[in-house]
Structure formats: C-alpha cells, structure tokens
Design a protein around this ligand. Structure first.
Ligand SMILES: [Mn+2]
Length: 366
C-alpha cells in the first residue's frame, strides 16, 4: 500500500499539504505563475463558503494579472450573487456548452470547499476528462488525494474561506487582498459558522477577521447582504417548516423538518432558499441533533447538524450515502420522502446505541 506523506502549511501545523508523488517541488505560487488560464470550481449547490472562497481566489488572481474564471455545477442563491462583481460566473446546469469550453481551454483547475471531484455531480466527468493540474483547498474530512496534484486540507478551521486566508498569508501575497476579497472571505466564514455560532471558537479566526477589517471590510454590510436579503416567499417557506413540518424526538435529543417538492413549488422555491433552515432545530433547548429533508428532482437531500459528541458525519455515511464534518453533514436518497423519514426515525435508536455514549451528550445549558 502506498502511504501518502504530507508537509504542513508554514505556521499552521493543522493544515496538511499534499503533493502528488514526484511533484514535491510544486508550490502554489509557482503553479499560479505558470498558469495562463485558471479555472476555479465550486461544488454542487454552492453555499456561502463555496461562493466566498471561489470569488476571493478569483479576485486575488485578477489583481495578480491572471486570467481566471469561476464555474459551479448549478446555480447559487440570490443573496450570494453580489460577490460575482464581474458577472462572469457560469453554471453547468444552465450553460453546459460554455462550461465545457471553459474546462477545455483552462490550464489549471482549482477546487475550493470540496475535496473530491464527485462533489460536482454532473460536472465531474467533464473535469476528469481534462488532463490538467488540479489544486484543492478545503476543510472537509477525507479528501480524495488522488484527484489532485497539490492539496491544502485543514479540518480544524471554520471554513474554506478561513483556510484560504491562511494560505494567502503563508504561500501567496497577502498585500493583494483588497476590500472585495476581504468581503468574500468574511461571507464564507460567517455563513459556515452560522453567524459565529459554531466552529468559530479559536482566536486565529478573529485575528484573521481583525486583519480583514484593517483592509476595509465592513462586517455589518456583508451580514445584511447575506442574512437580511431573503424574498418574502422564502420567509414564508421558513414559517411553513417551523409551524407545520417540525418533528421533535426528545428521547433522542433530535428535531427534524421536511419539505416535499409540492411545498417547495407552493413557496416558489429558489436555489438557496432552504440554506440554514436545519439550524433552527438546534435552537430548541435539549436538542443536540437536527435534520432537514427536502424532496427535489426525484431525490431527497438531507442536512444534519449536531452539537458535542454526536457525530453526524458517521450517521450520514452509515445510513444516507453522505458525509461531511462531525457536527455538519449531508446525505442523499432516491427513495420517496415518506420512506426516508421512516428510515430516519427507525435508525435513530440504533445510531444512539452504537455511537453515542450517554456521557458524550453535552450537558444542557440551562
Ligand atoms: Mn465550507
């Protein structure tokens, strides 16, 4: 068996740096210097961290005089579009031929906020077919190292945007971070931490934000653009979830919500409208595991969030073809919504019995 060896990002021992065997001399700076046409890729259903990190790197490369573009497998939420100031982002679902041509013409692929090409779903075969250097910068568990020539992986950071900030410091030229780059980095950090409510209790994150503020970042402005920018129908959709679709299982410290495709249509669902809704489950006293199910395009997508020792990465992997982080993960099923919900309730006792020791449940904060 081949063992993979890693180096560390200077100054950050928690960030593993991977080099494909034989390519140990590659540095991020050299790779960018040698590339003419850089394509930056986000994951399926790009969230605030995906859009923030890809747009921040795009901006940095543009300021560095590089020709760069950003693509996503499908569209992002309306409240994230302000980050694409050049209106150059293309998504594969709406512009398949144009995106194929962009992949064909690039000489470097950079993937951010995911760590295996499969996360781009329908776009993955297009990316795989292009023989070109691939770079990965990400904070999720278990990267598919073989997919990349050079990889930066730190699972202790709040977000890919936080990691990208550290990569700028250690490997690139932080003086080129301008106000807009700072805004994009902050957008990813604030969304991936649920507005600084989880994964954010480390001083390095706040030092980074202090530095971004010194570059002109207005945190209030970014917060309003992202969190106070929903459509009326999205707010009513949230009301439907909380009022009519909330199930609480106190014996398992669990709450879940679900939406069928009929309900999504009723509330004029737009991409990104269900982002963050899962977290409301955790706002109930005593609830440590929250799940959210949406039925769309013949699939049920799931978001899992937890607190403390409840490992939803294990849960998502074991029962719902998914994964992610210990306290935030996702899953997918092609079964009908009713069957998925029934399975969820059925596997809870088993999951608790096998994976949750009573002492791992965090104490109530009363
Ligand atoms: Mn992220």
């Amino acid at each position: 068996m081949n063992t993979i060896s890693f180096t560390q990002l200077p100054g950050r021992p928690s960030c593993k740096v991977y080099h494909k065997p034989g390519q140990e001399k590659l540095t991020l700076k050299n790779v960018f210097d040698e590339a003419q046409n850089i394509l930056i890729v986000g994951h399926q259903n790009p969230d605030g961290d995906a859009v923030g990190s890809t747009q921040a790197l795009y901006r940095y490369l543009k300021i560095s005089g590089k020709n760069a573009s950003v693509i996503y497998p499908n569209g992002c939420a309306r409240n994230l579009l302000w980050m694409d100031t050049d209106h150059k982002v293309r998504n594969f679902a709406n512009h398949p031929e144009e995106v194929k041509r962009m992949v064909e013409e690039c000489d470097l692929l950079c993937v951010l906020d995911f760590n295996r090409l499969g996360r781009t779903e329908a776009l993955a075969p297009v990316l795989r077919s292009k023989q070109v250097r691939r770079i990965m910068i990400d904070h999720h568990l278990e990267p598919a190292w073989d997919d990349f020539d050079l990889g930066f992986s730190d699972t202790t950071v709040s977000s890919t945007c936080e990691l990208l900030y550290h990569v700028f410091q250690a490997e690139l030229d932080p003086a080129r971070i301008d106000v807009h780059t700072a805004e994009c980095l902050y957008a990813g950090i604030s969304t991936d931490t649920g507005s600084f409510s989880y994964s954010c209790a480390h001083k390095e994150l706040f030092s980074a934000i202090a530095d971004l503020i010194s570059k002109g970042l207005d945190t209030v402005k970014v917060h309003q653009r992202i969190f106070d920018n929903f459509s009326e129908s999205r707010t009513r959709l949230l009301g439907c979830c909380l009022g009519e679709r909330l199930m609480v299982k106190p014996e398992f410290h669990t709450a879940y919500m679900y939406l069928s495709d009929a309900e999504l249509r009723k509330y004029n669902y737009q991409s990104g409208d269900t982002e963050g809704i899962v977290n409301y489950g955790l706002s109930i006293a005593g609830i440590r595991f929250a799940a959210f199910f949406t039925q769309r395009e013949g699939r049920v997508r799931m978001s899992f969030r937890s607190q403390g020792g409840i490992d939803v990465n294990i849960f998502a992997k074991e029962y719902f073809n998914g994964g992610g982080h210990k306290n935030a993960a996702g899953g997918m099923s092609t079964e009908p919504l009713e069957a998925v919900l029934a399975k969820f309730e059925a596997v809870l006792p088993q999951f608790y019995k096998e994976h949750i020791e009573p002492h791992l449940l965090p104490e109530d904060f009363e």
